[in-house]
Ligand binder design. Structure first.
Ligand SMILES: Nc1ncnc2c1ncn2[C@@H]1O[C@H](COP(=O)(O)OP(=O)(O)OP(=O)(O)O)[C@@H](O)[C@H]1O
Ligand SMILES: [Mg+2]
Length: 243
């Protein structure tokens, strides 16, 4: 069986007033199905840009991307939309929930792409909310939920279509330490118990060292790819002592 994600020599340039800016500068990366990986690196190093390419939200300027054996460049926009909606679940730092809709309806939205009827969508959304520990909160709007609960709704939404891959960009960035740890536990459970491939961008060394694989991005390049280093573990300990 092949890898889930294969990036070869990915370059991403943005056009700016000062000319083209190279945010990704030859990234090669293979991720097997079932991996749990952290992406770290300084602000502006290209982490979100890389996530956007992996999630097919943004195309690369050059290079090769094969997802689940399929060359992404051969797909048209409807095929890409289908891939994003059915195979990939996105979780962002700011939750991105629709404020006027209940938790249940927020989670049910992506199920429209799966072609389910309304009742079936709402039933499945309820199941997803239960899975992330939010039974009883189905009818609450985002503003009536805590940050951690809102992030759980966002995770339930990301899981609704049973994606193969979860892409989470700073999912604990807006959460306090304890709530962030709970959300991380949820990702670990999904990975271990259901085999979902999970990629998490994080500034928190404690989140990074809890994974088996850490990718460090510097100036748009892969500076390190491997298990947590002793330096990363020391940084995590310091972070733990600080809070
Ligand atoms: N649409 C864009 N147009 C021009 N430049 C961009 C665009 N998006 C990102 N960049 C630039 O690309 C670089 C990488 O940005 P990116 O958002 O990937 O960084 P990051 O590693 O996610 O940072 P952070 O940790 O602050 O979220 C930055 O220098 C940024 O200014
Ligand atoms: Mg970012």
């Amino acid at each position: 069986m092949g890898a889930l994600i294969e990036l070869r020599d990915i370059v991403k340039e943005f056009q700016t007033g000062a000319g083209p800016f190279r945010a990704l500068d030859g990234v090669s990366l293979t991720v097997e199905e079932g991996e749990l990986m952290a992406i770290v690196g300084p602000s502006g190093s290209g982490k979100s840009t890389l996530m956007n390419v992996i999630g097919c939200l943004d195309g690369a300027t050059s290079g090769n991307y094969v997802f689940d054996g399929e060359d992404i460049s051969s797909l048209d926009e409807p095929q890409l939309a289908r891939l994003r909606n059915m195979e990939i679940g996105f979780v962002f730092q700011q939750f991105n929930l629709l404020p006027r809709l209940s938790a249940r309806v927020n989670v049910a939205l992506p199920l429209i792409y799966a072609g389910l009827g309304r009742e079936e969508r709402l039933r499945k959304a309820g199941e997803m909310l239960e899975r992330v520990g939010l039974a009883g909160k189905e009818d609450s709007r985002p503003s009536q939920l805590s940050g951690g609960q809102q992030q759980r709704v966002a995770i339930a939404r990301a899981l609704a279509n049973s994606p193969r891959l979860i892409l989470a960009d700073e999912p604990t960035g807006a959460l306090d330490t304890k709530t962030g740890a709970d959300v991380m536990q949820l990702f670990h459970d999904l990975n271990e118990k259901q085999g979902v491939t999970v990629i998490i961008v994080t500034h928190d060394p404690r989140v990074a060292i809890a994974t088996r694989r850490v990718l460090r991005i510097l100036d748009g390049r892969v500076a390190y790819d491997g298990p947590p280093t002793p330096e990363m573990k020391a940084a995590a300990q310091q972070e733990g002592a600080r809070v």
